[in-house]
Design a protein around this ligand. Structure first.
Ligand code: XLS
Ligand code: CA
Ligand code: CA
Length: 440
């Protein structure tokens, strides 16, 4: 097999002063941060769909790029060429993980038998490459949103036959995830939502989604899947309303249907903003519920109302993200999957590498900053202090649930009107953040 990205060298760390576009300025895989090499904190992954399949087409225009890798697209030869390209790409960037949908790795056929045979063939080939290059599968998933038959959703479809088709696809996607030793399996509810409630039975649809997930857990555990299942929340797009709206809604759903032991959350940055939240808000909700599983690392555009899946460059955001990851104790089975695509005019193979260098450096900076914030300790100390009135005898009894409303009302009568709470000092705290992030 010949080299595909011939003019691209292996990307090395050269440090912040390097002018070499094909070098990391901040990502130094083996550098120890808070007791662990960077690469273990970050566990970067390549998303098969954006990196190896998407060539820049959008609803207003055709592809600008070429992801044929020398083969006719839509053939098994092309599927194999994508494997060759993908492993060379990960090797050159030093990325250890990848993620895929079933439909990304092999073209769908007219019958499920033939589709599954193709998936067997291509995963044999992927497995060979994984051993050769020492790469791992972060998570697998089934594409339950592209085919017209999924127009009303998969688990939430009104058609029992479509539901069964989705179940068959999930079964096979789990088979190949387990075959490749994947540590996660994602449910992103592509079209699990609605356009109008005037044709929708919301309760029926949500119960059916939960049924499909329960079957997936039962089957996955039966065939030896030891990793985490994930829900990946997204508020809208393609549906007007999606059931897994945000992290809090998804956790509520998982608890309601008894799925919370097997599932965690895959938090995507751009999906957070679509829900009207910050990325850090979503990470924090997942973390305080012990549900932070994995991350789709990208960035949206706040001026646009859709999912732009950009490579992340906002270091304040990556810092906030890595702060929450570090304080949550790290990602165990999860990682940082670049669910991101180059902009349509950045259409060359070189741009694929430059984009990952940007994303990896941005998260490396985020990690370095987050560790600095933790080691500095001023922000955490401020928060501790801010709640310190609850360390009094009375405060403790409130927290332990040992007081009554009557008792507190009596206390108030005795003490009179409370003084104002201490200043929130937001501006001061943000200046500390600046001081720690931007070492001028
Ligand atoms: C789409 C989602 C999707 C999931 C995997 O918006 O981000 O790509 O990550 O199905
Ligand atoms: Ca995603
Ligand atoms: Ca997205």
């Amino acid at each position: 097999m010949s080299e595909i990205f011939r003019n691209i060298p292996k990307i090395q760390y050269e440090g912040p002063d390097s002018y070499n576009p094909y070098a990391f300025k901040f990502y130094d895989a083996e550098r120890i941060i808070m007791g662990k090499p960077m690469k273990e904190h970050l566990r970067f992954a390549m998303a098969w769909w954006h990196n190896l399949c998407n060539a820049g087409s959008d609803m207003f225009g055709a592809s600008t790029g070429d992801k044929s890798f020398g083969q006719e697209t839509g053939t098994m030869e092309h599927a194999r060429a994508k494997v060759d390209a993908g492993f060379e790409f990960m090797d050159k960037l030093g990325i250890d993980y990848f993620c895929f949908h079933d439909a990304d790795i092999a073209p769908k056929a007219d019958t499920i038998e033939e589709t599954n045979r193709r998936l067997d063939e291509i995963t044999d080939y992927i497995k060979e490459k994984m051993e050769k290059y020492n790469k791992k599968l972060l998570w697998g998933t089934a594409n339950l949103f592209n085919e017209p038959l999924y127009m009303n959703g998969a688990g939430s479809s009104n058609s029992v036959d479509v539901f069964c088709h989705a179940a068959a696809q999930v079964k096979k996607a789990l088979d190949i995830t387990v075959k490749l030793g994947g540590s996660g399996y994602v449910f992103w509810g592509g079209r699990e939502g609605y356009e109008t409630l005037w044709n929708t039975d919301m309760q029926f649809e949500q119960e059916n989604i939960a049924k499909l997930m329960h079957m997936a857990v039962d089957y996955g555990r039966k065939i030896g899947f030891k990793g985490d299942f994930y829900i990946e929340p997204k508020a809208k797009e393609p549906m007007k309303h999606q059931y897994d709206f945000d992290v809090a809604t998804s956790i509520g759903f998982l608890r309601q249907y008894g799925l919370d032991k097997d599932f965690k959350i895959n938090v995507e940055a751009n999906h957070a903003t679509l829900a009207g939240h910050t990325f850090q808000h979503e990470l924090r909700v997942a973390a305080i519920n012990r549900m932070l599983g994995s991350i789709d690392a990208n960035q949206g555009d706040l001026l646009l109302g859709w999912d732009t899946d950009e490579f992340p460059y906002n270091v304040y955001e990556t810092t906030a993200c890595m702060y929450d990851v570090l304080t949550a104790g790290g990602l165990k089975n999860g990682g940082l999957n670049f669910d991101a695509k180059t902009r349509r005019p950045s259409y060359t193979h070189e741009d694929m590498f430059l984009a990952f260098i940007l994303g990896m450096d941005s998260f490396a900076l985020g990690l370095i900053n987050a560790a600095r914030i933790i080691e500095d300790g001023r922000l955490e100390e401020f928060i501790r202090e801010r709640y310190s009135s609850f360390e009094t005898e009375l405060g403790k009894r409130i927290r332990d649930g040992k007081v009554t409303l009557e008792e507190l009302a009596e206390y108030c009568e005795k003490e009179g009107k409370p003084a104002l709470p201490g200043s929130g000092r937001q501006e001061y705290l943000l200046s500390i953040l600046n001081q720690l992030i931007i070492k001028g």
